[in-house]
Write a protein that binds this ligand. Structure first.
Ligand SMILES: C[S@@+](CC[C@H](N)C(=O)[O-])C[C@H]1O[C@@H](n2cnc3c(N)ncnc32)[C@H](O)[C@@H]1O
Length: 512
C-alpha cells in the first residue's frame, strides 16, 4: 500500500442514482488528471459508503473532501464519526477538509457565471436580481452560513443590482423572497451540489410560481455543483489539507543496540469484550515492554499493560492518523531491536483480515523473532454473540468466511457467487456492499428466503442484531441504521439465536 488518495465524500441518494452521477463524473475527471494515486467517491446515502471505501483504500494517506456546499450535520458529525469508526482497522493517514462550497474560489466562479448569463440575456446588471438558493436546515445552525457568506461576497462584488439568499429548508423561503423582488430580470442560482431533484425540480417550481404573476424574466441556472471550475477547488482543498506527516522513528547515535532483539508477539485482542482475549495473550500483554495497539482496542484491556510499558496507539481517527502499515512494521522492528518485548495487539485474530502476516513478514525479514497468539475472531464471536451457531446438526455442515470488499476504492463488489452453496456464509467488511452481495448469492441459486443476520459491534455494549431473509437483509440493516463494524451471517443457522454469551461483561443481545 502506498501513495496518496483523494476521497470525495458526498451526500448521495439511494432513490435517485442520477444524484450520484455528478460526483462520479468529477472523480473520473480527477482520475484522468493523475494528481492522486487514487480517487474514490463515498456516499452518505448510496454505495459505496464511507466505511467501505476507507476500509479498503490502497493508499498511505487520504484527503477527504466533503462535496457539500456548506458545513452541517454530515461534515461536522457524520463524517468525523465515520473516520473514527474506521480507525481501528485501516492504515491510512487521514485529513478532512472544509466543504467545497466554503472555498474562497467559489465566489469568483459564481460571479463570472452570473456576469456571463446576464450578458447572454442582454440584461443590465443593475436591473437584475440574483437569488442564491441554499438548502439550509433549522436543525443545524451552520448549514446556512456558506450561502449567506457567498451572498455577501457577491453583493460586495456588485454582480447584480440586488443579491439575496433564500433556502429550501430554512427562512427566508424561496417563494417569499421571490415575491419581494422587484427587478424585471431575476437570475436564480441554486447553491446546491447535486444536479438532482432540488436543483431541477424544487427550485424551478418554487420560483416559477411567481414568474407569470410578476411578468418577469426568471432564469434558473444549473446547480453550482455542476460548475466545471469546482474541480480546481477540490484539488486546491486537497493540496492545502494534506494529512500530517508520519512521525519519524530514529535511533539516536548513542543508543546501545543489543545483539539479541526482543520478541514481537502478534496478539489477537478478541472481538471487543475484554474478557475474550486468550489467557496467553493476556499474560504477554501484562509483561510487555511495548504495546502497539489499535486505537479502539478498549481501555479496559490496555489497563492490563504494565504501568511503565510504552503504549503506542497505532490506530487512526479524525485528526489522528499517525502511522501507515509500513511505519507500523518499522516501529515493531525498531522497538524489538532495542531489546524490548513488543506486543502488537490487534482486534479479533491477527491473521483474519488483520494484516498480521505482513507484520510477521517484516519482523522475520529484519531478523526479529515473531510469534502469533491467535485471537477470537469476530467471524466466530459475532454470530456466537447473537446466539447463532456456524454449524448445527441437520442445518449446517460447512461455513466460509469471506471479505465483502475487493480492496478497490471504486466500489467493485467481490465475487461471492461461488460460495452460494456453503451452508453458512460469514461476511466481514461487507456492510457497504450488502445489497449487491445478497443479489449475487440469490442469482447464484441461494434462496432469497434464506435467513440472514447482521451483528454490529459484537460483544460490546453497542451490539445490535438485525435479522431478515437474504432478499431483504440489506434493506433491514439500513432501516436499523447499522454501522461498521458488522459481521453478516447467511444460512439456515441465522434463524437461530436463543443463546447469548452468558455472564461475560458487556454482552448485550438485541434481536430485532
Ligand atoms: C479488517 S477486519 C478485522 C477482522 C479481525 N482481525 C477479526 O478477526 O475479527 C474488520 C472487520 O471485522 C469485523 N468486525 C471486527 N470486530 C467486530 C465486532 N466487534 N462486531 C462486528 N464485526 C466486527 C467487521 O466486519 C469489520 O469490518
Amino acid at each position: 500500500m502506498s501513495g496518496r488518495a483523494l476521497i470525495l465524500a458526498a451526500h448521495g441518494s439511494r432513490r435517485d442514482p442520477a444524484a450520484n452521477a455528478l460526483v462520479r463524473r468529477l472523480a473520473e475527471s480527477l482520475r484522468r488528471q493523475r494528481l492522486f494515486d487514487a480517487v474514490a467517491v463515498a456516499f452518505h446515502h448510496g454505495e459505496p459508503a464511507f466505511d467501505a471505501v476507507l476500509d479498503e483504500l490502497a493508499a498511505d494517506e487520504a484527503t477527504v473532501v466533503p462535496f457539500f456546499t456548506s458545513a452541517g450535520h454530515y461534515t461536522e458529525v457524520v463524517l468525523p464519526e465515520a473516520l473514527a469508526r474506521n480507525h481501528r482497522y485501516a492504515d491510512v493517514r487521514l485529513r478532512q477538509t472544509p466543504p467545497v462550497g466554503t472555498h474562497p474560489g467559489v465566489a469568483p466562479l459564481v460571479a463570472r457565471r452570473v456576469t456571463e448569463l446576464l450578458r447572454e440575456r442582454g440584461a443590465e446588471r443593475n436591473d437584475a436580481a440574483l437569488l442564491l438558493v441554499g438548502h439550509g436546515t433549522p436543525r443545524h445552525p451552520r448549514s446556512r452560513e456558506a450561502t449567506a457568506q457567498l451572498a455577501d461576497m457577491l453583493r460586495r462584488r456588485r454582480v447584480a443590482g440586488q443579491v439575496v439568499a433564500a433556502f429550501l429548508d430554512d427562512e427566508p423561503a424561496v417563494d417569499t423572497v421571490m415575491r419581494q423582488l422587484r427587478q424585471q430580470t431575476v437570475l436564480v442560482v441554486p447553491f446546491l451540489i447535486g444536479g438532482s431533484g432540488h436543483a431541477l425540480e424544487d427550485v424551478p417550481r418554487l420560483v416559477g410560481l411567481h414568474e407569470a404573476e410578476a411578468g418577469r424574466r426568471v432564469l434558473v441556472d444549473m446547480a453550482v455543483g455542476s460548475y466545471p471550475g469546482l474541480e480546481e477547488i477540490v484539488v486546491d482543498l486537497a493540496r492545502k489539507h494534506t494529512p500530517p506527516p508520519p512521525p519519524r522513528f530514529r535511533l539516536r547515535m548513542t543508543t546501545i543496540v543489543p545483539k539479541e532483539p526482543g520478541p514481537v508477539h502478534l496478539v489477537g485482542g478478541g472481538p471487543g469484550d475484554p474478557g475474550l482475549i486468550t489467557s496467553r495473550g493476556l499474560e504477554l500483554l501484562r509483561s510487555a515492554d511495548v504495546v502497539v495497539h489499535d486505537r479502539l482496542i478498549g481501555s479496559e484491556l490496555l489497563r492490563e499493560a504494565r504501568a511503565d510499558a510504552e503504549l503506542i496507539d497505532a490506530g487512526k481517527g479524525p485528526g489522528h492518523a499517525p502511522y501507515s502499515q509500513a511505519e507500523i512494521n518499522a516501529l515493531l522492528v525498531s522497538r524489538a531491536r532495542l531489546g524490548r518485548s513488543v506486543v502488537r495487539l490487534k482486534g479479533g485474530d491477527p491473521f483474519v483480515f488483520g494484516r498480521g502476516s505482513e507484520e510477521a513478514a517484516a519482523c522475520r525479514e529484519a531478523g526479529v523473532p515473531v510469534y502469533v497468539i491467535p485471537g477470537v475472531s469476530s467471524a466466530l464471536a459475532g454470530p456466537a454473540a447473537a446466539g447463532i451457531p456456524l454449524t448445527a446438526r441437520g442445518l449446517a455442515r460447512s461455513f466460509a468466511v469471506v471479505t465483502g470488499h475487493t480492496g478497490q476504492p471504486d466500489g467493485e463488489v467481490p465475487d461471492v457467487a461461488g460460495l452460494a452453496g456453503v451452508d453458512t456464509l460469514v461476511v466481514l467488511m461487507g456492510l457497504g456492499n450488502l445489497a449487491a452481495l445478497a443479489l449475487q448469492l440469490v442469482a447464484a441459486g441461494r434462496d432469497a428466503a434464506t435467513p440472514a443476520a447482521c451483528i454490529q459491534s459484537a460483544t460490546t455494549r453497542e451490539q445490535r442484531v438485525t435479522r431478515a431473509p437474504l432478499g431483504t437483509i440489506a434493506e433491514a440493516a439500513e432501516r436499523d441504521g447499522l454501522r461498521s463494524p458488522v459481521v453478516i451471517v447467511v444460512g439456515a443457522v441465522a434463524a437461530l439465536g436463543d443463546v447469548g454469551l452468558g455472564e461475560l461483561p458487556a454482552v448485550v443481545l438485541a434481536a430485532s
